[in-house]
Design a binder for this molecule. Structure first.
Ligand SMILES: *Cc1c(COP(=O)(O)O)cnc(C)c1O
Length: 225
């Protein structure tokens, strides 16, 4: 199938998952993860209506992001200290903030270039393979990070385990939604805290049913890597 057809079918699945739980399809942001695919694939996706793209490596982000003005660019990969300034320079949102040290670095660079960088806090839900803030430490993290002037904390993100059966992720998505709701209740956060980024090609419909309003989809749009 073409990238255009893939996007149409992903959008249909998003809409039906949203309706199933009484939500509006428009409130769900589809982020296309273009890692390993070339600029021509990204161009086709944008032509088919994709408004948000994501990369997980700085080299690819620097290569592709500047080619597409007008779409929102998300960085979703591990943040290495010495590359943070480059990521801040090319991205519109950083979804993978996983420590206070990294948050401070982003904030410092953003201030230096007169930006306030939108960020999501990555929550650790797959202890074996991933990284992030553990749920019990989130409140303390938010308390500190919300004082940093160069970042705008706009929500939470997670990469769950890659289960063979996507239904196995449901419980974890439920837990993320309740963590998101309880974070919203912290007075330290502003109204711009509004994104819950979870769900990938294998499980985005289930993530939406459980409350995601941002899904990151690579394979189902661009094909196998
Ligand atoms: C690669 C990647 C995705 C997309 O994965 P697919 O299974 O191809 O949809 C989503 N989020 C992150 C952080 C990724 O690295």
């Amino acid at each position: 199938m073409s990238i255009e057809q893939n996007i149409i079918s992903v959008r249909c699945a998003i809409a039906s998952a949203a309706r199933k739980c009484g939500r509006c399809p428009e409130e769900i942001t589809l982020v296309g993860v273009s890692k390993t695919f070339g600029a021509s694939s990204v161009k086709q996706a944008i032509k088919a209506g994709l408004c948000d793209i994501a990369e997980n490596r700085i080299d690819e982000a620097e290569e592709k992001f500047p080619l597409f003005p007008g779409v929102k660019k998300h960085f979703i990969g591990r943040l290495q200290g010495n590359k943070v300034s480059r990521i801040v320079a090319v991205s519109d949102m950083i979804q993978s903030v996983d420590s206070l040290k990294t948050a401070q670095r982003i904030s410092d660079y953003a201030i230096a270039v007169e930006k306030r960088m939108p960020v999501l806090v990555q929550i650790l839900t797959d202890g074996k393979k991933q990284f992030g803030i553990i749920p019990s430490e989130l409140e303390a993290f938010l308390r500190e990070a919300s004082r940093m002037d160069g970042i705008r904390i706009q929500g939470l993100m997670t990469i769950g385990p890659d289960f063979a059966n996507p239904e196995d992720s449901r419980m974890l998505f439920k837990q993320m939604k309740s963590l998101y709701n309880s974070s919203m209740a912290f007075k330290i956060l502003k109204a711009e805290f509004r994104y819950l980024s979870m769900g990938m090609s294998g499980d985005y419909a289930i993530a939406i049913e459980e409350g995601a309003n941002m899904v990151r989809v690579g394979t189902a749009i661009f094909g196998e890597r």
